[in-house]
Design a protein around this ligand. Sequence first.
Ligand code: NDP
Ligand code: 8X3
Length: 252
Amino acid sequence: MSSKTIMITGATSGFGEACARLFASHGWQLILTGRRQQRLDDLQQELGGKDKVATCCFDVTDRKAVESAINSLSEPFKKIDVLLNNAGLALGLEPAHETNLDDWEKMVDTNIKGLLYCTRTVLPMMTERQSGYIINIGSVAGNWPYPGGNVYCGTKAFVRQFSLATRADLLGTNVRVTNVEPGNAETEFSRVRFKADEARADKVYEGTRALDAEDIANTVWWLVNTPEHVNVTTIEVMPTHEANGPMAFHRQ
Ligand code: NDP
Ligand code: 8X3
């Protein structure tokens, strides 16, 4: 069994939770983060207890909390082999001229700044060791605009370009970077986006076959098991039932 360690931000549901389960089943040590302490505690208990699973309850938008949690990890969890920057969210689907500015700020703070805080804190440990892997969860939304996507699409475009540019900085360090770009997946994502309006969230998946969280966990597992001399830069994973639409037109 492997004794490697993966740190997963946003492990309390969706992709992060599915990755936690999959990596635990292969004997990995886990550092699980999120804001919901009870879910972290439950996962810790289920996936092997304190020897196998460290939990850090913090908000990724709180820079000091991120730095302090990572810097005070206990010895067995200090060597992070893989950082999975997964914590993120979309809020609302209103057009840009009608949206709530607080929602925009929260998406920028979480999807961009939170990811930067985690990356900047963990990365020097990897470059010093000359090994490690940063896997960012971007989105098809970073490649393909859609009405109401405005800032969410913008944050994921940032994640894509940040991933590519960081990889360029890391040449010669043996540290790999991949941007995983999922399409429509049924998680708590839409419940969060539509602020607990369950009926509206359910409609997103109605009559279609979305990705499961486990599909993305399998992708992350595959990436981590590619040989060390291989760096997949970006990987877009869509449901078979989803494709890119036509250009939008306004007609008189
Ligand atoms: P979920 O809502 O199921 O999971 C989101 C996770 O992020 C939760 O564990 C949540 O934990 C955590 N999180 C959110 N905000 C914060 C914060 N401020 N601080 C710490 N943790 C936070 O959604 P998904 O699993 O679908 O989303 C995971 C990632 O995948 C996101 O980056 C999302 O943008 C991206 N994505 C999702 C797609 C989809 O269709 N579902 C498609 C493409 C990309 P907690 O609430 O406990 O803090
Ligand atoms: C989530 C996928 O299409 O709802 O990143 O933006 S989408």
